[in-house]
Each structure stands twice: as C-alpha cells, then as structure tokens.
Design a binder for this molecule. Structure first.
Ligand code: GDP
Length: 296
C-alpha cells in the first residue's frame, strides 16, 4: 500500500515522542531528524523535505507546545496540518466552463495511464450527468486510438476520430465543433504520449492548446515513478502550463514521494488519483484525507 513504510516510520517517531511525556528541545530535534529520514526514504524531493521539517520545527518550538500537557499530540497535529498544506491544502476541483463545452486536455508520457484516465474521468463526469465526448488525438499509435474506442464503447461515450494522417490540432479543433453540434458538454482530448519528453511532443501540445484553449490541462503521471513523475510534471508545467495533475497507480506500493512533492515543486495541484485498473477507479484528491492516511 502507498505510504506504508512512511506511515510506519512516522508512527514509530510519534510513539517515541509520546513515551517522553514532557518534551525537551532535544526530543523535538531527534523527532525532526527521524521525520526527515522517513520523508527522504519515501522519495520526497530533498528541498521539499528540508522546508517541511524546518516549518514543523519552527511551529513546534515557537508555539510553546513543549510546555503543553500533551506536547507529542501537538507535534502530530502540526505534522498533520503541514502534510495537508504540502499536498495543496484543500481539494482542487475541475474547472467547468460557464459556456459548454468544457475542454479538458490530457497529457502524459506513455504508460502513465493517460488513456485509462480519460476513460475514468469520462465515467466520473457521466455519473454527474454530463455528456462527454472523447477525442482520439494520439495518432502515432493506432493501438491508442483503438484502446480509446474500446473504452468509449464500454462506457457508451462517443469517441471522435478522423482519418489516418490528420493532424492532431485539426482533430482537436474539429472535435470541438462536433461537440457543439452534438450537445456534448465536456470534451476530453487524449493527446499523444511519448516515451520521453521531446520538443516535437511539446510543440504539438502547445499547438493544440493555442488552437482549442482548454479549460483544463491535466498531466497524467505514474505515482510508482516517484521523483521522475515530479520532474516530468515540472517540465510540462514550464513548457505547456498545467492546471492539475492526475496521479495514477496509487493502489500500488509507491512510497508516496510523488504525491507529497508535486504541489510543492510545481505549484500544480493533484486533482485526481487513479486507484486501480478499472474505469471506476478514480478519486478526487483530498490532501487532508491523504495526510490522515499517512498519520493514522
Ligand atoms: P497511457 O500510455 O498513458 O495511455 O497508459 P494506459 O492508459 O494505456 O495505461 C497503462 C497501464 O497502466 C494499463 O495497463 C492500465 O491498466 C494501467 N493503469 C492506469 N491507471 C492505473 C491505476 O490507477 N492503477 C493501476 N493499478 N493501473 C493503472
């Protein structure tokens, strides 16, 4: 399970703190060292860990909690609040355009779970009474178009495709017109994935962006890849500009570094998490619940 090892280590740290009753500054320093180690081992970005621990320490010592009756409990509370802040504070919702259709562009590297996430998002929005249209703009892998068509059939969500050889920008543009004339209030564009970030991919994504002006650009990254996921998010955000991140494979045994670092490093909130291979396995990302999962 994600965060398993981190949760265990933090619990050990807190157990030690509780055992002390009254806390000295030394006790706090030791606990901070342990928390620092635990976060680094969970593959949290180095700078993020440094700032995080400094903040906890400042609050723990600054607020005179060492004088309080249950100082360990107070430290745990501070860690909980700061973990929540680290992951974005509060839930970050999808932007829904006042005038439909809402245009959502999904980007990501191959294998991250982009096409599956398109299906999951469609499932979620359809359940909310929306009428999504999927757009197959990943023209380089015929298998990707087929995969989206299969998902669309399964969900009874139409999939917009154009003949082989059509430029993805044209496909996206035509898809919006199609949505307007077919009363689709959400358009989800499945863009091309590549093995690595390259100039050509970015250029294509930028062209789609400047043509259709998406209300949401979501980057799909794989939680199992830890700091790589964070680095990918950072470069996509710099080059393309992101509105949010979908973090997939949270059902695996990822250490949790990506979930804890994405917002702090990129400034982009995680909006959704993928929790399985099924098309229902998508949840909104609640920083407070995630923090409690780590600390409970
Ligand atoms: P794409 O290349 O980014 O479009 O990736 P796909 O959508 O084809 O997904 C790649 C693989 O990851 C597939 O086997 C998916 O079933 C799997 N996958 C996607 N999201 C999740 C998730 O949240 N949890 C798990 N366990 N598997 C996922």
């Amino acid at each position: 399970m994600i965060f398993e090892s981190l949760a265990e280590k933090l619990q050990d740290t807190f157990k030690k703190l509780r055992g002390h009753g009254r806390l000295s500054e030394d006790d706090v320093n030791t606990a901070m060292r342990d928390i620092r180690m635990a976060l680094l081992e969970a593959d949290v970005n180095f700078k993020v860990v440094k700032n995080f621990v400094a903040k906890i320490k400042e609050r723990a010592i600054g607020a005179n909690i060492l004088e309080s009756l249950t100082p360990a409990q107070a430290v745990i509370q501070i860690v909980n609040e700061e973990l929540t802040q680290l992951m974005g504070g509060s839930v970050s919702r999808l932007t829904i355009a006042p005038n439909p259709p809402t245009i959502i562009m999904m980007a990501g590297l191959q294998g991250a779970g982009k096409t599956t996430s398109v299906g999951k998002l469609g499932t979620m929005l359809k359940k909310q009474g929306k009428r999504p249209l999927f757009v197959a703009a990943d023209i380089y892998r015929p298998a990707a178009i087929k995969q989206l068509q299969v998902i669309g059939e399964q969900l009874d969500i139409p999939v917009f495709t154009m003949p082989e050889g059509t430029n993805p920008v044209t496909i996206a543009d035509e898809a919006i017109k199609h949505a307007l004339s077919h009363a689709n209030d959400i358009v989800i564009i499945d863009t091309a994935g590549r093995l690595h970030i390259n100039e050509e991919l970015m250029q294509e994504l930028k062209s789609i962006k400047s043509t259709v002006h998406p209300h949401e650009i979501l980057l799909v990254v794989d939680a199992m890849t830890g700091q790589d996921a964070v680095n990918v998010a950072e470069s996509f955000n710099k080059d393309l500009g992101l509105d949010g991140v979908v973090l997939t494979k949270m059902d695996g045994d990822a250490r949790g570094g990506a979930a804890l670092s994405v917002k702090a490093v990129t400034g982009c909130p995680i909006k959704f998490v993928g929790t399985g291979e099924k098309l229902e396995a998508l949840e909104m990302f609640y920083p407070d619940r995630m923090a409690s999962r780590i600390l409970d």
